[in-house]
Design a protein around this ligand. Structure first.
Ligand code: S3P
Length: 433
């Protein structure tokens, strides 16, 4: 058991947010498929993104990594070789879904597997449309879950209407489209994160977007290596934005945060709740917006969160539920059934954790209903081996009246290895050497 107790101290000061997980994965994938060298800066060296690097190394790509700097010697898709061993995706849904798209088109055989959480997550959402393109993917349970075997082959161009709001599925199909015999068109139910489209465009592949939801990629273009500056991850910044918004006396500044508008749903929610928030130094890099965010404690009021806002804050919903426990009134989160198929069932995990800490919270089929404002207490919790549940619990413990215990914190390294040192810095806790 790990003990979390922070004495209700305010958060003060400034931190630089580490690289975005989604963009870090895509930078390695696209640079490995490209021709020419790519230098990636502010790469997130969390466990998930390291899996993606290891996978391309196993397929013969020369990748040098030193902390957050990565150099990839791209020689085009023809340099990639059949891996001698099965490829391990670990806990990473993004690696799994996007790699299935790439492996479906590469001219060799691969077997792929993941950890126990990833093995329970649905892969059919990617496999079904990939098979429509002609992919050969096989496995147990009608080839809907890992482990899987893929025999890469020539793929057919496709127009596809996505039945789920998922950037991972959209990205997998665009990446498979790089190997197809014509243009690829994907229609979304609501706009989801568009980092794949932005990076493909920046590397020389024409992408057209109509009405924000209909994406067409023109075939026959070679990816060109590029220097990529990864913006800070707004999904990591989210924990400190919420911590400062709910802890009296707090005032912090988060530097270098990605502000792509398909990801900034939390900022919209904070503003609607009445948070004291300022955004400055906004600039663009490689098709992505970046800026600094200043936030101070302020009284908050409840809001409703659903519809097309959900994909713009899907990963932030656990910590948004915590935020809602400190907002006056009833916050309803709906249209968020995708939470059930994340690293764990996050509706259940958030409900169990926050109710243990004394919140007035109720799970629904597609979300959560939270009545605030409640004083949180101590309690005994689990991480469910889910990095975002563990970090949400750590933030809850700042305002809890007593000690919070949690079974495991090692999963935090999946997306934010520096989380506890950043938290200690903002809380003014000196680390002994
Ligand atoms: C991601 C997309 C989202 C998100 C995940 C990362 C990505 O998943 O929850 O953490 O990098 O494309 P879905 O697209 O499955 O909703």
């Amino acid at each position: 058991m790990n003990k979390l107790y922070y004495d209700n101290s305010p958060l003060l000061g400034k931190i630089r947010i580490p690289g975005d997980k989604s963009i870090s994965h895509r930078s390695v994938m696209l640079a490995s498929l490209a021709e020419g060298e790519s230098h990636i800066t502010n790469f997130l060296s969390g466990e998930d993104c390291m899996r993606t690097i290891e996978i391309f190394r196993a397929m013969g790509v020369k990748i040098e990594q030193s902390g957050s700097n990565v150099t990839i010697e791209g020689k085009g898709v023809h340099q990639l070789a059949e891996p001698a061993v099965p490829l391990y995706f670990g806990n990473s849904g993004t690696t799994a879904r996007l790699m299935l798209g790439i492996l479906a088109g590469l001219p060799f055989f691969t077997t792929v597997y993941g950890d126990s959480s990833l093995t329970r997550r649905p892969m059919n959402r990617v496999i079904h449309p990939l098979k429509k393109m002609g992919a050969s993917i096989d496995g147990a349970k009608q080839a809907s879950y890992l482990p899987l075997a893929i025999r890469g082959r020539d793929l057919q161009a496709m127009t596809y209407e996505l039945p789920v709001r998922s950037a991972q599925v959209k990205s997998a199909l665009l990446l498979a489209g790089l190997f197809a015999n014509g243009d690829t068109t994907i229609m979304e139910m609501a706009p989801t994160r568009n980092h794949t489209e932005n990076m493909l465009r920046a590397m020389g592949v024409p992408i057209e977007v109509q009405d924000e939801k209909c994406i067409t990629m023109t075939s026959g273009h070679t990816l060109r290596g590029k220097d990529i500056e990864v913006p800070g991850d707004i999904s990591s910044a989210a924990f400190f934005l919420v911590a400062a918004a709910i802890t009296p006396g707090s005032h912090i500044e988060l530097i270098n945060v990605g502000l792509n508008e398909t990801r900034t749903g939390l900022l919209q929610v904070l503003q609607e709740m009445g948070a004291d928030l300022k955004i400055s130094n906004v600039h663009a890099s490689g098709g992505e917006m970046i800026g600094d965010i200043e936030i101070s404690y302020h009284e908050l009021k409840a809001v409703d969160i659903g519809g097309s806002l959900i994909p713009k804050l899907i990963d932030e919903l656990p910590v948004i539920a915590l935020l809602a426990t400190q907002a006056e009134g009833v916050t309803t989160i709906y249209d968020a059934e995708e939470l059930k198929v994340k690293e764990t069932d996050r509706i259940k995990a958030v409900y169990e954790t926050l109710s243990e800490l004394g919140a007035d919270i109720r799970p629904t089929d597609d979300g959560l209903i939270i009545r605030g404002k409640t004083t949180l207490q101590g309690g005994s919790t689990k991480s469910y081996h889910d990095h975002r549940i563990a970090m949400m619990t750590a933030i809850a413990s700042i305002i809890a009246s007593d000690e919070v215990q949690i079974d495991d914190l090692s999963c935090v390294a999946i997306s934010y290895p520096e989380f506890f040192s950043h938290l200690d810095k903002l809380l003014g806790i000196q680390l002994s050497e």
